[in-house]
Design a protein around this ligand. Sequence first.
Ligand code: CAA
Length: 306
Amino acid sequence: MAGMAALRIQQLRAVIQPTSFASRIVGCPRANTPNFVQTARSMSSAPTYEHIMVEKRGEGGNVGLIVLNRPSALNALCDPLMKEVKQALLDLEADSCVGAIVLTGSEKAFAAGADIKDMQNKQFVECYNGNFLNDWNVLSIVKKPVIAAVNGYALGGGCEMAMMCDIILAGDKAKFGQPEIVLGTIPGAGGTQRLTKAIGKSRSMQMCLTGDMITAQQASSWGLVSSVHPPDQVVDEAIKLGQKISQHSKLIVAMCKESVNNAYELSLSEGLHFEKRLFHCTFSTNDRSEGMTAFIEKRKPNFTDS
Ligand code: CAA
């Protein structure tokens, strides 16, 4: 287990720029330190972002918060913004203090989709050769749980981005939609696939073929989002959820997330087999031993993510 973790960290280091702030954060502060990352950034040569803001919230900065911040275009997902999201995710993934990540936008828009102005003159060969949108996948491959806190519009790529996250919380004015059909194209970052798995064929067809938006309440009753909150409370609720997850072993949380995600990829018997094997693997970890021992000794577990 320790060997696998070391290999994973090596792989991450290879893709993270040497200037990454995460590699310079030493230890995990225990006090509640909002803005810790921003403070760390301002005191170092860490990369500064133009289209997003990154903070650490929660006890000891155990929840990473990424805020999409391109208000002039309702957080339309241009390439530079997505590169920043990718960098921030990899930084937070490599930060041993962080146990969960929250992704949000503004009260008006989580994200109004891929940037239509950037796409207007794109041609097939450029899209195909450049594997357009493929980079967005990073959201669905980070090991730490990612919670989308959605207010306002989550349209096209914005809805797809929310669906790449592990949990979606919505503000009660949020609107979800896949309006690509209106633009003469189709969803290209998972809309036809993840939406169908989340809400079923008939509803997904209706949304993708009409381009109509659904409300937060509909999204909730259709199973797309976990819960609906007043708009000014969604981010706090997501951070609370992230904090709760962060109290558990990061190693076991990652294994659990992997197993749930495999429900989308595997047949039931393959999925059950995979789950059973990962369950068996937990018995090779210190945290499984600590968790059960702590229960029996009637104390809180002291997980070491090992
Ligand atoms: N791309 C680029 N710019 C966008 C944008 C987008 N997806 N969405 C909004 N904007 C810009 C607008 O052009 C406008 O900029 P200007 O002031 O410079 O004209 C600004 O954001 C504000 O937008 P509106 O004036 O349109 O705001 P509104 O409140 O009247 O309407 C809206 C809001 C209903 C979300 C409307 O902006 C809209 O329909 N946006 C497009 C939504 C869309 O079609 N998304 C899918 C994109 S394709 C895609 O995502 C493909 C994929 O699968 C990845």
